[in-house]
Design a protein around this ligand. Structure first.
Ligand code: VGL
Ligand code: ZN
Length: 201
């Protein structure tokens, strides 16, 4: 069975949002088309869902700068602008995203003391969202990932998917990255090393 995981298509990651991904809006029609292709047996989504006092926000570390790296619960953490705060417009899916076929939404990033890029586990691999068990329960063996951002949440979701034993396919034209150079030089190489396929539509 084939599953599509739509990662963090949320207003704050789109142009004009709090943590905008360059050209992030361009993936929405691509993802809508994928969803309506009938190629996937199951479609799920992830949603970054932080409390206002989340420790991944630079605003909660007076004296530290935006995008500075610190240690948080023994894990390297980039300090982000406030984004995807629970219940705010920025955390919502954009109206243009077709959500009819999304069966379940896996929220992440609720624990104030640890960030969660992957849809499967937090960055310290301590808590499991239940996504792997859900997919296995639905007999999924192939996982396709798409969404934002290609060099963070989609990347880490793909890595954990492969580690959980799913054949994993990263749909390159259905993602955009925060740092496109990093995506081209580091992220794609790492995906290939982990036997994750990279495809376009
Ligand atoms: C993301 C940074 C912080 C993402 C989420 O969805 O890629 N990036 N929180
Ligand atoms: Zn976040």
């Amino acid at each position: 069975m084939k599953a599509l995981i739509i990662v963090d298509i949320q207003n704050d990651f789109l142009p004009g949002g709090a943590l905008p991904v360059n050209k992030g809006d361009e993936v929405i029609p691509v993802i809508n088309k994928l969803q309506n292709s009938n190629y996937f047996d199951l479609i799920v989504a992830t949603q970054d869902w932080h409390p206002q006092n989340h420790k991944s926000f630079a605003s909660n570390h007076p004296g530290h700068k935006l995008f500075e790296k610190i240690l948080l619960s023994d894990v390297e953490q980039i300090l982000w602008p406030d984004h995807c705060v629970q219940g705010t417009f920025g955390a919502e899916f954009p109206k243009s995203l077709d959500t009819k076929k999304i069966e379940t939404i896996f929220r992440k990033g609720m624990d104030v003391n640890i960030d969660s890029y992957s849809g499967f586990f937090d960055n310290g691999k301590k808590k499991d969202t239940g996504l792997a068990a859900y997919l296995k329960g639905r007999n999924v063996d192939e996982v396709f990932v798409a969404g934002l951002a290609g060099d963070f949440c989609v990347f880490y979701t793909a890595l954990d998917s492969a580690e959980c034993g799913f054949k994993t396919i990263f749909i390159e034209n259905a993602t955009r990255s925060i740092d496109e150079n990093n995506f081209q030089s580091v992220v794609k190489k790492t995906l290939l090393e982990k036997n994750i396929l990279i495809t376009t539509e």
